[in-house]
Design a protein around this ligand. Structure first.
Ligand code: FA5
Length: 338
């Protein structure tokens, strides 16, 4: 018997097999009781001894290799193929898991859409910043005590590009925009900020801010107050109590902090709001004259306001979340609720 020739025919035929029915036909034809191989094995005992010694092991090897080929093909078809005649259409299937937007994305989209309706242009800036844009141009020179307000992640880099950092706020994007644009304008800059600080229920090391900047010849703090009150009303669709308090930032004068009444204790005071009854949501103020001249604007001609709001804080208020660290936890029990 020319086992080599028959084996190669068997292989070619097996390659063409695509369902279990034709695989069974193949098995009957090559390994079945009436197959050439089975007949040969049955007649083996009648061969002369010398011949038997050669043909015996040879034909057994052929049988083993065909059985292996058969088994592999069988497994392959069973794993990968739905055999039409054994497919029960009535068996319920597991429904596919649908993805959905992260609560911070939902919140950012809401904030952006409200400000867009108020005529703000959406702008983005780099997360890896230089000292100049993050601090210097914002009137925070080296060694200024206000630098302590932003615990900074500095980036190790070569001589040419030294003083790189992960931006500690989105305010450097005010500078980047003003360097290339003349007033009047209103911009909104959503983005990530990084601070090397201990985390707690309202502080993360990576968080999102949304910066706003409006500059023209006649912008006042009253415009700022009105825009923030209106935007809060449209974003949250509730009449939250908002408080504007004096605060200090080197790049604004006067400076303002904006707080919204604590959603958890309704102003009574709790752990979340450090017993103040208020949750701080943004820093803001009238753009400092030094900042306007640093970007090359004519001295005394323009004025404007800027603000930097914390997106997580907004989302916490919107969804009643009392722990900021849940946002980045990747905990599906949390994420599935949105
Ligand atoms: C600033 O970052 C200023 N750049 C804001 C500003 C912009 C002032 C323009 C004046 C003009 P502050 O550090 O307070 O300020 O942060 C602003 C807001 O970001 C906070 O009110 C808070 O909502 C949010 N935020 C600050 N630090 C964290 C943190 N570690 N985790 C989560 N949110 C934070």
């Amino acid at each position: 018997m020319d086992w080599e020739k028959i084996s190669s025919e068997a292989k070619i035929e097996l390659l063409q097999v695509t369902d279990l029915l034709s695989l069974e036909k193949w098995r009957i034809s090559y390994l079945g009781r009436k197959s050439a191989l089975a007949l040969f094995l049955r007649q083996l005992k009648d061969l002369p001894l010398e011949e038997k010694k050669i043909q015996g092991p040879l034909s057994n090897k052929v049988r083993q290799s065909w059985e292996k080929m058969y088994q592999e093909k069988n497994d392959d078809l069973k794993n990968n193929q739905i055999v039409s005649d054994s497919w029960d259409h009535t068996v319920p299937v597991k429904s596919a898991l649908n993805g959905h937007l992260h609560p911070l994305t939902l919140m950012a989209e809401k904030v952006v859409s409200v400000f867009e309706k108020m005529g703000f242009e959406i702008v983005e800036g780099p997360e890896v910043e230089d000292d100049y844009h993050n601090f210097e141009a914002l009137n925070v020179p080296a060694n200024h005590p206000a630098r302590d307000m932003w615990d900074t992640f500095w980036i190790k880099s070569d001589e040419k590009e030294k003083n790189l950092l992960l931006r500690t706020h989105t305010s450097p994007d005010q500078i980047r925009y003003m360097e290339t644009h003349q007033p009047p304008f209103r911009i909104l800059v959503p983005g990530r900020a990084y601070r090397h600080e201990a985390t707690d229920a309202t502080h993360e090391m990576q968080f999102y801010q949304i910066e706003g900047l409006v500059v023209s010849e006649d912008i006042t703090l009253a415009n700022f107050k009105n825009i923030i009150e209106e935007s809060v009303r449209h974003i949250f669709k509730k009449d939250f109590k908002i408080i504007f308090r004096p605060d200090y930032f080197p790049f604004v004068s006067p400076g303002v902090e904006v707080d919204i009444s604590c959603f958890k204790c309704r102003g009574k005071g709790c752990r979340l709001c450090s017993n103040t009854g208020w949750i701080e949501v943004m820093g803001a103020g009238m753009v400092h004259e030094k900042v306007l001249t640093n970007v090359g604007y004519e001295k005394g001609r323009y004025q404007g306001f800027a603000f930097g709001l914390g997106l997580e804080r907004y989302a916490m208020i919107q969804y009643g979340i009392d722990e900021i660290r849940l946002f980045e936890s990747a905990d599906l029990r949390f994420l599935k609720q949105f």
